[in-house]
Ligand binder design. Sequence first.
Ligand SMILES: NC(=O)c1ccc[n+]([C@@H]2O[C@H](COP(=O)([O-])OP(=O)(O)OC[C@H]3O[C@@H](n4cnc5c(N)ncnc54)[C@H](O)[C@@H]3O)[C@@H](O)[C@H]2O)c1
Ligand SMILES: O=P(O)(O)OC[C@H]1O[C@H](O[C@H]2[C@H](O)[C@@H](O)[C@@H](O)O[C@@H]2CO)[C@H](O)[C@@H](O)[C@@H]1O
Ligand SMILES: [Mn+2]
Length: 442
Amino acid sequence: MKKINLTVVGAGSTYTLGIMRSLVTEKQNFPLKRVVFYDIDAARQELNAKATEIMFKELYPEIEEFIYTTDRKIAFENSDFFFMQIRTGGLKMRERDEQIPLSHQCVGQETCGAGGMAYGLRSIGDMIDLVREIRSYKKDAWILNYTNPAAIVADALNREFPNDNRILNICDMPAAIMVSYAKLLGCEIWDFVPEYFGLNHYGWFTKIKNKQGEDLTQRIKDIILKEGIKAVDSIIANDPSWQATFKNMETMLRDNPEFLPNTYLQYYLYPEKMVSKEDINNTRARQVINGREKQVFEMCKRIIEKNSIAGEQLHDDIHGRYMIRVAASLAYNKGDIYLVIVPNKGIISNIQDDAMVEVPCMLTSDGPKAFAIGKIPTFQKAMIEIQLGYEKLVVDAWYEGSKQKLINALTLNRTVVNVPKAKVIVEEILNENKDYLPQFFK
Ligand SMILES: NC(=O)c1ccc[n+]([C@@H]2O[C@H](COP(=O)([O-])OP(=O)(O)OC[C@H]3O[C@@H](n4cnc5c(N)ncnc54)[C@H](O)[C@@H]3O)[C@@H](O)[C@H]2O)c1
Ligand SMILES: O=P(O)(O)OC[C@H]1O[C@H](O[C@H]2[C@H](O)[C@@H](O)[C@@H](O)O[C@@H]2CO)[C@H](O)[C@@H](O)[C@@H]1O
Ligand SMILES: [Mn+2]
């Protein structure tokens, strides 16, 4: 097996340490030669880097070189794989994305509704810029993107790099849900062959089989309706907000038992309930700042201080392992099946071709190959079409600097709908994001 050179872009992320620990778990599947960290925030990255260096010395001495840098040339010129996970504007801007819609009694969320629109508008420019520069050094490297909102980022990257099938947008949510299904059945997520369709954070599992071909769907539904379902992956197991989200998955299934829903549908199906449980002064961003972000960087500091990971609860996680397994299937032409986000091009036959859809794909060194899904039912088709209209209008608006298209986008979005609300929210979001979006202020 040829050993891989990997670059992590946005290496100051709260997820970096978990991904690095997951690389240890997956070292047989995805053996590494060199790891490079790149971030624009040197101080933030350095904490993750110094802790990672210590962990690699203890658990992954086979890695020949580990460096961290803010220099793009050093970071980009020699890698086979790029894991992208930036957050333009940071968690501080995430908080504003959540607060602005909430102040108008609309869902305030990182990737859904008006908050997702604001975050999408900020992410597009940085992501296009980064991918363009990576491509100037490495034409054939695999670029695996986690940067959110993945639906909007995927659409923009597909417009900008239409013939580049080595850019894959990925979400860990379906995998995290499957980890919980696996727990219910007493098996492993890697035993599952999922059938799923939708847009990112907006989809449904239609079937879950095991690798022996046994259909497990009804058993999973029955257990959820009888016993409930819990978040069990290491990052989210002890998080009350994620447990509440998994509880809502049960409600969604009870209200419509046709398919197994993605957790994120809660924001579109129960927007009033989601708004009513929020505290505008303690939205999810604030919880992450006081929770995951604090814990991760405190752990880094302890590891650096002790010069060892001994005694630390440093776990692998599905977020890391999913990305790494996707990468391994591409690198080694394994033909494994994972859910990724790809141009529709007839996969869902009654949805437009240029939709970026999240579907099962076989992953080989030729890139992702999706399986035909055919026609989807009227309810899901209509849900997808309005959301797709919203996503397309947001990306159009970014290119054109069109405020009207943003208002139209939010008018379509199930979390806003009313034109007067759409207008005032767009106005406030643009004002808050002036520095990131000069095209709207010409
Ligand atoms: N697709 C998924 O399912 C999934 C799952 C989890 C997280 N995410 C996404 O991963 C990203 C990281 O999340 P987080 O909560 O750890 O955020 P974070 O703010 O902790 O980390 C993001 C890092 O990106 C850096 N950054 C910002 N702009 C950059 C640029 N232009 N170039 C290089 N680095 C840059 C920041 O300095 C920061 O260190 C977010 O986009 C988040 O939404 C996606
Ligand atoms: O509110 P946050 O920052 O805790 O989470 C936002 C992200 O949520 C999903 O990712 C989960 C993932 O599903 C789970 O496996 C584990 O890794 O935790 C992640 C978040 O904590 C979602 O898929 C992402 O797109 C969101 O950014
Ligand atoms: Mn996601």
